[in-house]
Design a protein around this ligand. Sequence first.
Ligand code: WT7
Length: 641
Amino acid sequence: MNYPYQIKTFEEYQSAYKRSVEDPEGFWAEIAEHFVWRKKWDKVLEWNFTEPKVEWFKGAKLNITESLIDRHLATKGNDPAFIWEPNNPEDRTRVVTYNRLHKRVCQVAQMLKNNGVKKGDRVCIYMGMVPELAYAVLGCARIGAIHSVIFGGFSAQSIADRLEDAKAEFIITCDGAYRGAKDIPLKSVIDDALIGNKVVKRVIVFTRTRTPISMLKGRDVWWEDEMEHAEHQVEKDGIVSFPAEEMDAEDPLFILYTSGSTGKPKGVVHTCAGYMVYTNYTFINTFQYKPEDVHFCTADIGWITGHSYIVYGPLSAGATSLMFEGVPTWPDAGRFWSIVDKYKVNILYTAPTAIRSLMGFGLGPVHGHDLSSLTTLGTVGEPINEEAWHWYDEHIGKKKSPIVDTWWQTETGGILISNLAGVTPSKPTYATLPLPGVQPILVDENGKEIEGNNVSGNLCIKAPWPSILRTTYGDHERCRLNYFSTYENLYFTGDGALRDENGFYRITGRVDDVLNVSGHRIGTAEVENAINMHAGVVESAVVGYPHEVKGQGIYAYVIFNGRHNDEELTRKDILQTVTRIIGPIAKPDKIQFVSGLPKTRSGKIMRRILRKIAEGETQNLGDTTTLLDPAVVDEIKNGRI
Ligand code: WT7
């Protein structure tokens, strides 16, 4: 496969960018020609940000799996679509060719059909990083069911909330998952999530760890049984087929829940055509993928990075995508580097937190690894600090592999601001320039555009790109309020950014009450709600503070009047509660017990003060005279941990 729309020089980037702004419809229509359509679109783009309403390739009919899989079968059926590296390096690896992937996806589609899943139904997927997770995602897409993948680190309560919000009737899970030295009991978490649930009709369970689990008659079935049965149905005389469901361009493809500044996570909805075109375009251009390259994105498919750059983007480009079940530090901190050598990985895409954590082990685990196959490095998820950037560049890329610092979000579906590997200039800690089709703008508090260079402000986007979120599931008003109402006619990202003298963007972090912990987004309100669920907690306030490895750590101030007065044990109790309500990823790193919180006379918590104290700044706390009880600030300062 060659990529006629792969940008090869800085000049080509500039002209593509110019064209994409002046004639977005013509620009994207030309790219969209290179996909499989059952019927072409009537109109490339219709939009307004007031409702909001965004429709790309309206009137077109397609099934995304035909562009991801079927179209490659004739030319590269025997080429690897996925390479799977298991948690334990001594276990058998798997290479999944496009032919094999086609067969498995057809089987899953048939299996889902046999179990009563129809187009538009929501299927919740809660699995470890096994190839079957990708088959499950694509099997849903093949029959037009809406997948909602939930990361394996979320608790039963989080799953229950998401199941209810999505009104999901079907679940695909595993008995358990391997993660480093740990076994995660996925099915048993699902069982807890389903207590009292009367909506879920079927749970399909893939065997990974063969850990003892409960299998409820009439509700739970084994993946292996169902797939065996389906195999007989989709394969006749050696020919495999399962007709793909015809979808509208704007039919939902998936829901992915993500945290915001208030309340419960929102179900971000992405649709078929625009998401397909944009993830493909950004994959090919940002990473400068060349046929036969091995692309290794270390994310979990439970996050948007895994959706877009392990599954959808790479497959639509006919690429080879490496899927890794384990963690970077087990059995040792050289795990990534052995994988790079073992499979001659060309593109490595990971998170700054992983880089920082591996840096902490020194160069020992890097030495002895060749790494010469690497041509491109990428980072995503949070701002990368200068030190980590240089370490990555020097010791992993050996100063010959461009680093792409890709800024984007669950809501954006694909990369919005990034250099293009080796094609456009890079600058440490800068995401640099927008991808074609993306129009960033910085605004001040009042929504007034901040023009010129060497400025900073709140980052917004002026016009839709093909994979912008369409709604938040079941609550369109929430989508409007969250992203389109802060500033009129703009998509508000929630991030702050600065623009340097060259017009390069540097993302400085969230400007709302959202934390970014190890590249994962967590709302402070959500963590507070979870802490407040603990008996004895009167009130709490959660803020972020700089953390050497995680980027941000979670600092909780808690007013407690419960029975026990052993602080250490109470801390542990609270951590257990947060683990139950959200999951281990939301556990505070520090809990400080306080007798009161700094509040204004109207009862609003002054987070600015709490943030400063958590950051270790005790001198310049700003104006505290408007506080109801200024004395509490001294107590908090003195009790800082
Ligand atoms: C938030 C989105 C999109 C994939 C993973 C995270 C932060 C993301 C960068 C980057 C600085 C970044 C932003 C953004 N972020 N990439 N390259 N430089 N910050 O997805 O959970 O939706 O979080 O992650 O703050 O808003 P997400």
